[in-house]
Design a protein around this ligand. Structure first.
Ligand SMILES: *Cc1c(COP(=O)(O)O)cnc(C)c1O
Length: 399
């Protein structure tokens, strides 16, 4: 969204105004078009629409006005030409990967992944003859060495869930471009505010909109963004005919979420930075990872490609699972839940929840120990959160 002669509006403004399609009633807030289909004034008009000569809507599995508003707003803030909104983050990841691959192709992926993303690559894709190699995403030589003549796609998440490893997106994209492969980045942890993978050389960005974009724990959603050519050639037909579409009601909820995304994420990030500094001082904490701190192992890469530390903290308490459970059970405000990016602060013990299906080696590779906890900072008063964490640390020390 741009004015005629001046610079583009800033992201905070785009989050509120971009992509609005007003009906004949000129409503202020976006309308929810809860309709499966659309009617045509004449048989000839229906023919023209199916021929693509009239750009109107056909069926909500293909496109819907409310869903399109969400897609257009996301394109504006991401700097993408086109997008398809999906029912969940996993529908978006699976579609982004499968739509461009066929039997005999090879994918190279960073191994520290959200559990379901790992399952799709490790268990689903091989059933259809798609080969994969997992690498330590931080090791650029490992990406280079994993390349085969049939490598078509690189996939990564950065920062990773839960251990907040950071991958040099531009360097990995350079390797992919050298062999004509495409790069798909799952940008959930950075949020659209703090990292722009398309500007760093990636070709496709995916989000679970369930996280910060809704940010209020209400609905699932996902989106795939890229240039128009990639969407037309790879995703357009796949999307229409396999049906991972987002419900218009969820698209409306997520449009409302986008309106407040910047204020929420910026406030949550400020609180997260305070909480991370507080945890770093504790004797009970043996490891602390936060993308906004100078002691993050990849702080130099973070400075190059991220503009904020985000709302997630990963830390280990001394005393393993027993101490981690004692920490969680002593909390009064922070709730035990595997969601993240929410208005409510949430904590999870990845080894026994989100990453339980991994074996010991898989967990070690993902940087998850018995005492590891992933903390998603919400919108509560940070003083209250720190008091809550103090309760947790006392309980962990006594466990
Ligand atoms: C939550 C999450 C997903 C999956 O999203 P859903 O909306 O739950 O399907 C994918 N990737 C990452 C990094 C996530 O955190």
């Amino acid at each position: 969204m741009t004015t005629d002669t001046e610079k583009p509006f800033s992201i905070e403004t785009q989050l509120i105004h971009s992509g609005v399609i007003r009906s004949q009633f000129a409503e202020t807030s976006e309308s929810i078009f809860l309709t499966q289909g659309f009617v045509y004034p004449t048989a000839e008009a229906a023919l023209a629409r199916f021929n693509g000569e009239d750009p109107g809507f056909i069926y909500s599995r293909y496109a819907n006005p409310t869903t399109q508003m969400f897609e257009d707003r996301m394109c504006a803030i991401e700097g993408a030409e086109d997008a398809r909104a999906m029912a969940s983050g996993m529908a978006a990841v699976t579609s982004a990967l499968l739509c461009s691959l066929k039997a005999g192709d090879h994918i190279v992926s960073a191994r520290a992944l959200f559990g379901s993303c790992r399952w799709v690559i490790e268990n689903l894709m091989p059933r259809y003859g798609i080969e994969f190699t997992f690498v330590d995403g931080r090791d650029l030589d490992a990406w280079k060495k994993a390349v085969r003549p049939n490598t078509k796609l690189f996939f990564m998440e950065s920062p990773t869930n839960p251990s907040l490893e950071v991958i040099d997106i531009r360097a990995v994209a350079d390797i992919a471009n050298g062999i004509g492969a495409r790069v798909v980045v799952d940008n959930v942890f950075a949020t659209p505010l703090y990292q722009k993978p398309l500007q760093l050389g990636a070709h496709v960005v995916v989000y679970s909109a369930t996280k910060h974009i809704d940010g209020q724990g209400r609905c699932l959603g996902g989106i795939v963004l890229s240039d128009k050519k990639w969407i037309d050639e790879n995703l357009h037909d796949y999307f229409r005919h396999t049906g991972p579409s987002m419900s218009p009601f969820n698209a409306w909820t997520l449009l409302k979420g986008l309106e407040t995304l910047a204020v929420r994420v910026e406030y949550q990030t400020k609180s997260a930075a305070r909480v991370a500094d507080y945890l770093a001082e504790s004797d009970v904490v043996s490891r602390l990872l936060y993308a906004g701190r100078a002691d993050h192992p990849q702080a130099d890469i973070i400075r190059k490609q991220m503009t904020g530390g985000s709302t997630l903290i990963c830390f280990d308490v001394k005393g393993g699972q027993k101490a981690a459970f004692a920490f969680e059970n002593a909390l009064k405000i922070i709730r035990i839940s595997n969601n993240l990016g929410d208005a409510k602060s949430l904590i999870t013990h990845p080894a026994t929840t989100t990453h339980k299906s991994l074996d010991d080696q898989g967990r070690a590779e993902a940087g998850i120990g018995d005492g590891s906890l992933r903390l998603s900072i919400g919108l509560e008063n940070p003083d209250d959160l720190i008091a809550d964490i103090e309760r947790g640390l006392k309980a962990a020390a006594a466990a």
